[in-house]
Design a protein around this ligand. Sequence first.
Ligand code: ADP
Ligand code: MG
Length: 243
Amino acid sequence: MTAVHQRLEAEGLYRRFAGRAVVNDVSLSIDAGEILCLLGPSGCGKSTTLRMLAGVETPERGVIRVDGVEVEGPLVSVPPEGRSVGLMFQDFALFPHLSVADNVAFGLRGGKAGKRARVRELLDRVHLAQHIDSYPHELSGGEQQRVALARALAPRPLVMLMDEPFSGLDNRLRDGIRDETLALLKEEGTAVVMVTHEPEEAMRMADRIALMRDGRIVQQGAPYNLYNAPVDKAAAAFFSDVN
Ligand code: ADP
Ligand code: MG
């Protein structure tokens, strides 16, 4: 019998700063091809949760599994590069001294031809093939963001972890890049955890939303469920601006 695993599972994540629990017993799981948005107001513990999933922050308690393999637990702590996670954060920071092609190829292994083909494929899909030999400073913010997406997806990570990836972009660009990102993530079949403090963004991108407050997940479900049946008044107020 083959065991079927969720792509990413976290159980009972717990982390304090200065004696205060900022992530307090958070559990979640995501399947391949699914997008989970961690949504909540500033300071509720979203980024700390994501950083623990990525392996750049260590939980005091809790277990994390990728494809059924424990990467964080009482006896293990696999570093980020061993977790098959792709990371995309707000300050997407491409390597300034590397070309677009070399940025996208950065995490790739294998032969030159294979790497080149994968870089080409991804740049085509984010409509930047013409910039393959450009340098980051020659690109607009939106273009840099698309290169960062291509770079994160290039090694085919099982899980993509994104922290407010569009918040640095102006409104005019944001919608288009969100849609393009969504399409690419779905094509790749990656499991995604995306952090956002904007209900509208979560409604638009998520298959499932986990609403956080004070370090805890207070409600989890399909976007329309949270919108139509908020768990309490505070949750209702949080969604009231979405139209
Ligand atoms: P969010 O991403 O939801 O805005 P964070 O996870 O960044 O929230 O932060 C949650 C709380 O933990 C905040 O009060 C923040 O100030 C605190 N915090 C986060 N990282 C640290 C740290 N390295 N040292 C001390 N406090 C921190
Ligand atoms: Mg944050």
